[in-house]
Design a protein around this ligand. Structure first.
Ligand code: FDA
Length: 301
C-alpha cells in the first residue's frame, strides 16, 4: 500500500514529468512504451499485427494546461491516424481528454476530440476515450454524448472500482466499452478500496456487458478473470466477435500471444512518446513487481 501511494504521487509530480521528457525512455520504461516517435510506434504495431494482435495507440501526454499544447497533441494524433492508415496497420486510437484540453475548457476539448474522431471516421477507425480520475469522469461522458450525436466510431472506459459503475454501464450499453478495474486513487465514499470487492464488481460488469452490450473490451492482465471470461462465454454461447481481451504493451507478452493464437480477438494498448513518466509511474503503483523492469534495466548496464 505504501509503495502504491509513493508511485501514485510520483506520477502526479509535474517537475519530474517535464524533466523526464528531455531524457528519452529511461528506468526500464522502454519495455512498456513503444518508442518516442510515430515511426517506432508503427514498427511495434506491425510486429504485433504479424502475430494476429490488433492495437490501440496512445500518444502519451499529461498536464496539458495551455491551448497550444492541446492543439499540438491533436495534430500529433491526426498524424498517427494518417500513419496507421498509410501503413495499413490494424490499429485504432486511444486518447485522454485532459491531453486535448479538458482542464482548459470543455468546448476547446470537444472541438479537438471531434477533429480526431472525424478524421478517424473517414478511415473507418474507432476512437476510444480513455477514462481518467473521478474529477474528469462526467465531462468525459459528456464528450461521448456530444460526439455520438454525429459519430458512431467512438466509445469509452468504465472503471469497476466505482460503486455505481453498473449505472454507467447500463446507460452506455450500446457502445463499444472497455472495462477495467481502475487505475487512479479514489476515495472510499465513491470507490471500492479492497481488491476482492473490485474484482467481484469487475466480473459482474463484464458478464452483464457480454450478455447485454454491443462490444466488450476486457482490459486486464489478471489470468483468473481471463479464465473466468473464457468459461463464461463458452457457457453462454457468446461469439468471439462480441468481445476482445486487451493488455498493455510489454506486459504478459506470452499470454497476449497465447490468447491471440487460441482465436480470441486480442488488442494491445500501445503507448508511445516522450511524455512516458506519469504512465510508467502508474504502472509501478499498480504492481510494484513491475519494479523488476527497472531492476533489469539497472543491472543490465
Ligand atoms: P491486477 O493489477 O489487479 O492484477 C491481478 C493479478 O493478475 C495479479 O495479482 C497477478 O496474479 C496477475 N498479474 C497482473 N499483472 C501481471 C503481470 N504484469 N505479470 C504477471 N502477472 C500479472 N485504467 C483506467 O483507470 N482508465 C483507463 O482508461 C484504463 N485503460 C486501460 C487499458 C488497458 C488495455 C489495460 C490493460 C488497463 C487499463 N487501465 C485503465 C488500467 C486498469 O484500470 C488497471 O489499473 C490495470 O490493468 C491493473 O489491473 P489488472 O486488471 O491488469 O490486474
Amino acid at each position: 500500500m505504501m509503495l502504491k501511494d509513493i508511485f501514485m504521487s510520483l506520477s502526479q509530480n509535474q517537475f519530474l514529468n517535464s524533466t523526464a521528457k528531455k531524457y528519452g525512455l529511461k528506468m526500464g520504461a522502454q519495455s512498456v512504451v513503444a518508442g518516442t516517435n510515430i515511426e517506432e510506434a508503427i514498427k511495434s504495431i506491425k510486429d504485433l499485427n504479424a502475430n494476429g494482435i490488433s492495437c490501440t495507440v496512445d500518444n502519451l501526454g499529461e498536464f496539458v494546461f495551455k491551448e497550444e499544447e492541446a492543439a499540438a497533441a491533436r495534430e500529433q494524433i491526426l498524424k498517427v491516424i494518417e500513419a496507421i492508415h498509410s501503413n495499413n496497420a490494424d490499429a485504432h486510437i486511444s486518447l485522454k481528454p485532459t491531453q486535448l484540453g479538458l482542464d482548459i475548457d470543455y468546448s476547446l476539448c470537444l472541438n479537438n476530440v471531434r477533429e480526431i474522431v472525424d478524421k478517424a471516421n473517414q478511415y473507418n477507425m474507432f476512437v476510444n476515450i480513455d477514462m481518467e480520475d473521478f474529477k474528469h469522469l462526467q465531462p468525459t461522458l459528456d464528450l461521448l454524448d456530444d460526439l455520438s450525436l454525429e459519430y458512431d466510431n467512438v466509445g469509452t472506459v468504465i472503471q469497476a472500482y466505482f460503486h455505481n459503475a453498473m449505472d454507467y454501464l447500463e446507460k452506455y450499453k450500446n457502445y463499444r466499452i472497455r472495462l477495467v478495474k481502475g487505475a487512479y486513487k479514489e476515495p472510499a465514499e465513491i470507490a471500492y478500496q479492497d481488491k476482492k470487492d473490485i474484482d467481484a464488481n469487475y466480473i459482474k460488469l463484464i458478464e452483464w456487458h457480454l450478455l447485454n452490450g454491443k462490444f466488450t473490451s476486457i482490459a486486464t492482465h489478471d489470468h483468473r478473470i481471463i479464465n473466468h471470461v473464457k468459461e463464461f462465454v463458452k457457457r453462454n454461447n457468446i461469439p468471439n466477435d462480441k468481445f476482445e481481451f486487451q493488455m498493455l504493451y510489454g506486459f504478459r507478452k506470452e499470454l497476449q500471444l497465447k490468447l491471440a493464437k487460441e482465436g480470441y480477438n486480442f488488442c494491445t494498448y500501445v503507448p508511445f512518446g516522450n511524455d512516458w513518466y506519469g504512465y510508467f509511474m502508474r504502472r509501478l503503483a499498480e504492481r510494484p513487481q513491475n519494479l523488476n523492469l527497472v531492476a533489469k534495466q539497472v543491472f543490465n548496464k
